[in-house]
Structure formats: structure tokens, C-alpha cells
Ligand binder design. Structure first.
Ligand code: MN
Length: 251
């Protein structure tokens, strides 16, 4: 069994989400052969050399899971794209490129964070190209800590992050972009997060039935996609009683 989650936006100011995630790691995730975290795992990340005690505790919890035998894969989101190899090594997880094609029970599946699909937000796409440029990344990683803190605050206030992002604040994916990229990678399944609009969209790509699965963000409840030989199941769960089945917005 494989589990996929995204957009936890972990931060010290949200002990409820943190608790739910730690429970998830020591509970349900233990029986998974692999856990994929598709970006915006942390609300902010200014560099592996600036890990706070809080972030270190999350790193150690991931390490316990990976030591127990579950493979942990991590993809960057737009909030935590500075997360690097030092963190991954300490946490025992593998950094995945965005996009990546993986094999789930014999089927090629395309995994993305999802922000690169929101091409209508032209200002953001320009900023993304600039921030993800290897030269910019190198400079960012070598700036003094104080400067990085200031920059991170500036970026966050510019993305209206004073309050938690709601789906309405985030530009949705460009519909034409989806079949284009799926055809490019030759897949019938795309899984991504970012938009905070959990759903399973049935698609038709050429002759073939296809689907786009959008993971949910963790805010009032958690979301996980479970993949096994039987298929894929996207479901929300209660933070305190994860066994509790919640009315599923996607069905
Ligand atoms: Mn995002």
C-alpha cells in the first residue's frame, strides 16, 4: 500500500496539524511501503542550515518512519523549495523532481506539486522561473540567515499568507495544461496538490480514459490518497480520530 499527502503547511503555530501528522507517521504510515509528500510539507523553509528545533523534531519523526522500512519521498512545493539534501539525508527520505513519473502497481503515474500547472497566474510563473533558477537557488542558499528571514517574510506577505490560503486565493490549474503534460509523459493518471481543491477529475485524453487526482491540504482535517492493487482512494480524516470517516467532498 502506498500513501500520498501534500500541503500540510507544517509550522509551530499549528500544533493540531503537527500532532495529526505525527500520529499519521506512527500509525497509518507504518503499514505503507511508501509515503509520498508532494510539496508544501512545511509552511516555510529558508535552508537546511537554519532548521529550528520544531523542524528538527519533524525530521526525526520522518527518520523513525523511514528506519521502520517505509520509503519516504519528498517533492518541493512553492513554500519549501529550499529544502535540500541535508534534510533528506537526516530524515532518510528521497527528494523527487517535480514532475516525476513513478510506477504504481505497474501503472505509470505522473506526480507534481501542481503550482507549475497554474499557468494563468503569469506573475507567479515569472517569480517561479526566477526562484527555481539554479543560479538564484545557489545565491539564496548562501545569503546570511537574517537576509533569508527577511526575504521569506516578504515573499509570504506578498502571497497574502497572513491568513491561511484558501482554495479561492489560489489560482486553479489551467485546464489545457493538464492533457498537454499528461500526453507529454504518456500517463493516464496525474496526482498533484497545491490548489487545495481535493477531487478526482475524470478526463478523456484522446481515445483514453484518464484521471487527475488532487490531494487536499491539511487545515481542519487531514487528507490522504491510498493506492493499492484494488485502486486509488482519496479520503479526508479527522485530526483527533483518524479512523472516523468524514463526509467526502470528492464523492
Ligand atoms: Mn503550494
Amino acid at each position: 500500500m502506498i500513501l500520498l499527502i501534500s500541503d500540510l503547511h507544517l509550522e509551530e503555530e499549528r500544533p493540531d496539524i503537527t500532532r495529526a501528522f505525527l500520529d499519521f507517521l506512527s500509525g497509518r504510515a507504518r503499514s505503507a511501503q511508501a509515503l509520498y509528500i508532494l510539496g508544501d510539507f512545511f509552511e516555510a523553509w529558508i535552508g537546511d542550515d537554519a532548521m529550528t528545533p520544531y523542524q528538527r523534531s519533524i525530521c526525526e519523526a520522518l527518520r523513525e518512519l523511514s528506519d521502520s522500512g517505509t520509503h519516504v519521498f519528498l517533492m518541493h512545493g512553492n513554500r519549501d523549495f529550499l529544502l535540500g539534501q541535508a534534510f533528506c539525508k537526516a530524515a532518510g527520505c528521497t527528494l523527487l523532481k517535480d514532475p516525476s513519473v513513478v510506477d504504481f502497481y505497474g501503472e505509470p503515474v505522473l506526480l507534481m506539486h501542481g503550482d507549475s500547472l497554474c499557468t494563468r497566474d503569469e506573475a507567479y510563473m515569472r517569480l517561479r522561473r526566477y526562484l527555481r533558477n539554479p543560479v538564484t537557488l545557489w545565491i539564496l542558499r548562501h545569503l546570511p540567515l537574517r537576509t533569508r528571514h527577511t526575504l521569506a517574510r516578504k515573499l509570504r506577505s506578498e502571497s497574502r499568507a497572513q491568513t491561511r490560503m484558501k482554495a479561492n486565493d489560489i489560482v486553479d490549474v489551467t485546464p489545457e495544461e493538464v492533457p498537454r503534460i499528461m500526453e507529454h509523459f504518456g500517463v493516464k493518471t496525474l496526482i498533484h496538490g497545491h490548489t487545495h481543491r481535493p477531487a478526482i477529475h475524470k478526463l478523456q485524453i484522446g481515445e483514453h480514459a484518464a484521471k487527475r487526482i488532487v490531494l487536499g491540504d491539511w487545515d481542519k482535517q487531514g487528507w490522504a490518497l491510498q493506492v493499492d492493487e484494488q485502486g486509488m482512494q482519496l479520503a479526508a480524516f479527522d485530526f483527533v480520530n483518524p479512523q472516523l470517516a468524514l463526509p467526502n467532498a470528492t464523492q
